[in-house]
Design a protein. Structure first.
Length: 405
């Protein structure tokens, strides 16, 4: 909203080439608000704003842009500016950008990184796709158990500036193996002479670098954490995953579930970016299956043409039966897909699910059959009344004709 109000002022500063005032205007803005303003500007003006922003703020703003906007800016900016932004980006957000790009473009951008950042980027990209390793960041605070609270606080002041989060402090041994995590409030409330060992409870929860992102999301939900440590197969702390990354995973999972609710495969890509032929392929499969199912219905109806001809009222119920079958199928698929997404059912529960759905189907069928019977009964009663009325009218007409004769 603030961006909309100040957009004329921003445009006037750009036209006047008053870059100093433009830099001061954005300096105190949250990165998310700057990103919102940039998305409303033409591409050439977006590049101008990125040129005047400090490198750290430009990197923060860049992380809030969607992939399409990021890609356009990367093509429009000079190599020096691209390198500055990529080196300032947090490792997890940079990994998300690089894995979306074609491999050739990703390799070209990796070459722009400093040796240290290039090592981090290649290490994160080396983990399997959709694994926790792709989400984590190595920017965390780790301390030793024999340190005092004073030493820990001094260490945080010296090294905590560029860390992802300071809410949780991780305790490691001499080999870097994770042995506990402690909330920062514990260090703030305890005497400075206390050691880390005295604060440890050793009840921490951790993720493995090869865990799936869906499993990590379930762990976050279960333990209600804002950040979780990530360890390798030997228990060495290699990074952390924060709740903002999990929110992105949750959004992606919810999108896939919603698409499956509609009777299609998950697109795995944004609607405007997925190739047309791939979207058609993902939508055609279930449509073909449903079409073949409807052909079986048509075949069954063809075999009962004589019965339908004898009782035409049955034909009136065919659209109701077909639509009710589709609605009940949508209900069942929605319930099952969501239950599977939440971990309420698994593949091994298929027999129990089948039994419950058969019982539910019979019950729902009985309810709809009762309604159809009531409706048919009313139709029959109305038809009899009309027939009797017609008979009385005919009888009255004949009686009147006879009296005139």
């Amino acid at each position: 909203m603030v961006g909309k109000i100040l957009e004329p002022e921003i445009r006037s500063l750009i036209e006047a080439r008053n870059f100093a005032a433009l830099r001061e205007l954005f300096r105190e803005w949250p990165p998310a608000d700057v990103a919102e303003v940039i998305l409303d500007l033409p591409e050439d003006e977006q590049v101008i704003i990125f040129r005047v922003l400090p490198h750290a703020l430009a990197a923060d703003v860049f992380e809030y842009l969607d992939f399409d906007a990021q890609q356009k800016l990367l093509h429009a900016m000079a190599h020096e500016q691209v390198a500055a932004i990529l080196n300032e980006m947090s490792p997890d957000d940079r990994t998300a950008l690089l894995e979306e790009l074609p491999s050739a473009a990703a390799r070209q951008l990796i070459r722009l990184l400093t040796p240290e950042e290039r090592r981090v980027a290649t290490a994160l990209l080396g983990y399997p796709e959709d694994s926790v390793g792709r989400l984590m960041t190595p920017d965390f605070i780790a301390v030793k158990e024999d340190w005092t609270v004073q030493q820990v606080l001094d260490y945080i002041r010296e090294h905590g500036q560029d860390r992802e989060t300071l809410n949780i402090i991780y305790v490691v041994d001499e080999r870097g193996k994770l042995i506990d995590d402690i909330r920062i409030r514990e260090f703030l409330l305890k005497p400075l002479a206390h050691t880390v060992r005295e604060l440890m409870e050793k009840t921490f929860v951790s993720l493995n670098v090869h865990d799936s992102q869906q499993d990590a999301l379930n762990v976050f939900r279960k333990y209600d954490r804002t950040a979780l440590p990530v360890v390798d197969s030997t228990g060495v702390l290699v990074g952390i995953v924060t709740i903002d990354d999990m929110l992105d995973v949750a959004e992606k999972e919810a999108t896939e579930d919603i698409q499956k609710f509609g009777g299609m495969e998950a697109l795995d890509e944004p609607y405007m970016r997925i190739p047309l032929w791939r979207m058609v392929r993902k939508r055609a499969g279930w449509l073909v299956i449903l079409f073949l199912g409807e052909m079986l219905t048509a075949t069954a109806m063809a075999n009962y043409q004589e019965e339908l001809a004898k009782a035409l009222v049955l034909a009136l119920f065919l659209p109701l039966i077909v639509s009710s079958g589709g609605n009940s199928g949508s209900q069942a698929s929605t319930l099952m897909i969501r239950a599977m997404a939440l971990g309420e059912v698994a593949l091994r529960d298929w027999w129990r699910v089948m039994g419950r759905e058969v019982q539910a189907g019979l019950s729902l069928g009985a309810i709809l059959a009762a309604l159809a019977s009531c409706r048919t009964h009313r139709w029959n009663c109305a038809a009899r009344r009309r027939a009797l009325g017609n008979a009385f009218r005919i009888h009255a007409s004949l009686s009147a004709a006879q009296s005139r004769c």
